[in-house]
Design a protein around this ligand. Sequence first.
Ligand SMILES: Nc1nc2c(c(=O)[nH]1)N[C@H]1C(S)=C(S)[C@@H](COP(=O)(O)OP(=O)(O)OC[C@H]3O[C@@H](n4cnc5c(=O)[nH]c(N)nc54)[C@H](O)[C@@H]3O)O[C@H]1N2
Ligand SMILES: Nc1nc2c(c(=O)[nH]1)N[C@H]1C(S)=C(S)[C@@H](COP(=O)(O)OP(=O)(O)OC[C@H]3O[C@@H](n4cnc5c(=O)[nH]c(N)nc54)[C@H](O)[C@@H]3O)O[C@H]1N2
Ligand SMILES: [Mo]
Length: 892
Amino acid sequence: MGMLERRAFLGAASLLASSLALSGCVGGDVEPTKTPKTGEDTGIQRQPIDVLPEGGQWMTLSCWQSCGGRCLNKGYVVDGVIVRQKTDDTHDDSQDYPQQRSCPRGKTLSSTWLGEDRIKYPMKRKHWQPGGVDYHPELRGQDEWERISWDEAVGYVADEVKRVFEQFGSRSFLGVSWDGLPYASYLGGSVGIMATGSRGSARLAPAHLGAEHDGCDVKRGQANDRFDLMYNAENVVLYSFNPAWNAMGSPMWHFMKAKENGATFTVVGPDYNMTASMLEADWIPVRPGTDTAFLLAVAYEMLRLDEEGGNVVDWDFLHKYTVGFDAESMPANAASAENFLGYVKGEYDGVPKTPEWATKICGTPVEAITKFATLLSKENKVMTFNAFGCMRHTATENLEQLMIAVNSMGGHYGKPGQCWGGYYFDGGSDAPCNLILTGSSGVDEAKEKLGIAPKKMLGEPCDDVVSAAQVWDAIFNKKYHFTGDIRNDAPESACEERDLDVRFMDFGTWSAMRSYPDTVKAVRALREGGIECVVGRGILPKLDIQFCDIVVPVISDLEKEAILETGEGGREIVYHYDKVCDPLYEARTNREFESAILTALGEDPAGMYPLSEEQKLYNIMAGTTVICDDGVTYEPLLTITQEDIDAMGVEGQPQQGRITLQEFKEKGVYQVERKQGDNFGFIAYKDFVDDPVAHPLATDSGKFEIYCQYKADILNQAKLRAGDEWKPYPTYVTPVEGIETTYADFEDQVKGDFPYLMYNTHYPRFGNGVYGNTKSLGEAFATPVFMGEKVAKENGIATGDTVLVESPHGSVLRIACVSPTYMDDVLALPNGGWSQFNEEGIDVMGGVSTLNGTLMQGMGCTSFNSNNVRVSKYAGDPLGSDSSRQVVLSAE
Ligand SMILES: Nc1nc2c(c(=O)[nH]1)N[C@H]1C(S)=C(S)[C@@H](COP(=O)(O)OP(=O)(O)OC[C@H]3O[C@@H](n4cnc5c(=O)[nH]c(N)nc54)[C@H](O)[C@@H]3O)O[C@H]1N2
Ligand SMILES: Nc1nc2c(c(=O)[nH]1)N[C@H]1C(S)=C(S)[C@@H](COP(=O)(O)OP(=O)(O)OC[C@H]3O[C@@H](n4cnc5c(=O)[nH]c(N)nc54)[C@H](O)[C@@H]3O)O[C@H]1N2
Ligand SMILES: [Mo]
């Protein structure tokens, strides 16, 4: 593919346009303004784009906001202001050694992070008073703000922390954060949250199933290297997978290359998505949340076809590399003689899992199920990639294991052009063996050396952890169902109903009101749940911040120097990010905030932060290694001189590496140059398949566990929903909300009050919640609700109509986009809008979690894609542009 073609498809705007043009959904939600020519009288002084103002320099902008793109984004900065942007021009672009080009969202970094909607100074909610008596929670989200000083803010928080810890203990302290709340655990612990997040039910016991290998994270390392895709793929399955929208940068280009080299594509899911359209894929339609039924029928058909003609099921693979498929291959620890084969044939429940059985649930035509089973035959070379939209559902806890079972039936593991793996984003391939490994920050060692223990514990540590699926309900009802963090380990305490009495809440860095299900319940929990103090650190006025009592302004990533660490990016790249400007307004770092709280409480923050930020950064950079040509050994990446060390003001030894620190900083990137036949490729599970004895999996049996006693035990003891029975092998479990509940009578197929299924699509206008307040993106991209033609027809809806979408849990307004690319009875709502509720309680910004319920089942997987909805033409005023509803919080 030539340069021009690559450019054409890399523009997300053009991606959007290409498949939705037919349905008339193209363009933003406001009239595009005419671009003024230089010299035209617009009142704005513009300079020709190719002339750079004097006195500036190109800097590398941190661009990793919640999308997986990890692209190189450069800003021309004059006096701390980004006046131009460009992307990767550090080397010539080629398929093997691609530039890391950024997308339209990346082009808004300046207005997103350094714009007028920044939180500028600490604020207190006017009617909140400390002490837990006069705090008027009912006014959260609608009160006025008072500007306060940093000292006042820290004082309020420290006093409230102390009061709550002393009066109620650590069980009354709820911390919401990616990485826990350092100060809370330092002071004696807090109630934690267990979120299944991106990967949904695939988070369940991956090591026990065999879904983790080679020290890889869940599913990472199950997919082969991008070179294998480009040059060896024959049949590629895109399973719940849409990199054209969800993986900016190069990943789509590699799929296009595979197509050029003759691969054919099949997409499995509820819509014929953008990726499918670009790759001219075959479509196997499957309703949201029904993949377990679909794949059980696929297994049934593979067995039938094998019995009829042979050569479909790879029995040798099943018996050598898996346990629990049939009576011949039961694991030693099996508590029953039941196995997967018997279940599929209906021997235990009298229901053979035929295509006719499945189609009622998954909506896939019987012939399409047979077609997919034929494709997976051991005779074919098949490479399947899946993302996790199909697993962000309730009752999908058997899906990961079922994918392993079905792919093992075809023997598609450990060979070129064959795999079934996840998460093909993050800069291309996603194997665990990163070609660049960043060093350790040295914080843990320093803590140990320093030996400063907390002087006093304010509370007894607790083992409470609430799943994100139930957190708002738990606060509101003051009780929850304890399961521990069952993602990886069985809890030490019994799973049980527990009381919960949250008095203090710190929103940390997550955006919980948006990214956990049930925003409507979140609002009620914060207003009626008895929380006496809610604290937030805000860059932007996201929903959580709007519901706080005390807000402090924190810096964005553009206001600090940093490096992209291993695990945060792709395997071929490492970035150095510049500090573009000093902290804006009164913004400080999270570290400064937490240190100030500890100091106010009489603790020494050095115990928590033993190293300076500069020293940490230096340690990470100095310890960074890069792979050598042999593909095995690693050598230091950076040459660092004594002058460099002195300039950073850190302790260290000069060292010799591949490039100088100065070059790394100037370019902002180091990328391993790849070419065909290099030693950096990766075939997932190859060592295991080559020699299963020498390289067993981390499971109890050392093999893939199609019968996994651990999985069944852990789900059955969690008992989140009475009546569910979890078997050691994958079975169909009816979801608490899913296709069945769209019917008043499922048996007789009589539709109910909420007759449609809706899922949330990750979408080019957003990177989760990050760009929700960015005006220019709101203008460039419409954020409609997508729906199939049948839904539109049944409700008299046309593209462009303002529609009301209601679920049993909440309602939103959106503009409809009707498209034949969605299955009958299916709607999709883009994920990322910041909820805003009007007087009627309708969310006019279309926040996804407004329609999610508190649904508890299985491991407590969040129910993002399990919405039952109805839709109607809205009788009120048309919705108008989202960008007219930008939020700015101020005390003035
Ligand atoms: N532009 C952009 N890119 C992003 C993000 C973003 O917000 N914006 N977010 C990033 C993050 S954090 C993540 S986790 C990933 C998410 O990446 P994905 O999980 O891939 O994203 P989704 O859009 O949720 O789902 C992808 C496709 O799965 C299909 N699908 C949905 N539900 C089901 C189902 O039940 N069964 C089947 N078989 N198919 C289904 C649909 O065709 C959908 O288009 O994207 C990352 N990239
Ligand atoms: N209903 C529904 N819910 C979903 C999903 C869905 O599809 N539907 N998708 C789920 C998925 S896949 C994911 S990954 C999660 C993502 O959920 P979250 O991780 O909560 O993502 P964001 O909403 O983007 O919120 C991150 C916030 O952190 C802030 N932030 C970023 N960097 C920093 C920093 O350095 N310091 C501080 N203080 N703040 C920072 C940003 O301003 C932003 O407001 O959402 C999940 N929630
Ligand atoms: Mo995610």
